[in-house]
Design a protein around this ligand. Sequence first.
Ligand SMILES: C[S@@+](CC[C@H](N)C(=O)[O-])C[C@H]1O[C@@H](n2cnc3c(N)ncnc32)[C@H](O)[C@@H]1O
Length: 266
Amino acid sequence: MGPTLDRVIKRTREDGLRSAVLYSAPGELQSLVRRRIRRFLRPSLTELAAMTAQGIHRSPKPMVEELLDTQIEDALLDEASVTLDKLASRVVDNQLAFPPAFQVGIGSRLVLYILAAMLRPNVVVETGVADGMSTLVLLEALKHHEHGSLTSIDVRKDVARLLSSEELEQISLYRLPPGHRRAKLRELLASPREIDLFLHDSSHSFAWQNLEYELAWHRLADGGVLVSDDVDVSYAFVFFCDKYSLTPSLLFEGTKVVGAVQKGSS
Ligand SMILES: C[S@@+](CC[C@H](N)C(=O)[O-])C[C@H]1O[C@@H](n2cnc3c(N)ncnc32)[C@H](O)[C@@H]1O
């Protein structure tokens, strides 16, 4: 890096930084700088599609079938549809603390329900609760299949309004305290039990997505699945997949892209 840096400094003095970065630095430095810059940008759909094997799916069923490399039975799809319709009918706008657009999309709900049913997870963790749509979907699937427990994490107190008091007792709900969010998240995810299913739907800043993906990936059991809403909002998911050589399955949800990877499958 020494002679490289010398060349860049010389070029910067002579032609300015932009020119030095774009034209005189060898590949290693250019990619370093581009990577830095991309922390502040969003990946395009073309870039996201290029990471996948089958492109970006428009429907949840083929997305999950690609992810788990198996067929989903019609009976499970029917069960999921009936349950999801029931949950959607619970939403009465004036009882919500968050805009309805915060809730995970219709396709993601199906993805989450099917994963929570098919993986038979012992430990499910989600970040980003808001009014609790994803929480309800995961909880319903776990209860229906009589398997696993759900830990839900947020930064606010006024979350999970869609859940009844009985349902609130069936989950472990944690708030990350201001000033100690990272430390508390680390502590929560460091529980001795490995995670079988993890959902990221909290802060979609590059730094926070990156932190959650890293922490969750290291705690994920073999065969476990990491799902992330809004993978098109920052480059964090792209870098994460690149770093661990993962081929994600992606779902286009109208205004955003949802991604998922299974540990031990790529
Ligand atoms: C998009 S909403 C979650 C929607 C929810 N999954 C659903 O389906 O209804 C984002 C939530 O993330 C929470 N949040 C923001 N920053 C966070 C952080 N650093 N850690 C955990 N939660 C965070 C917000 O308070 C909000 O409740």
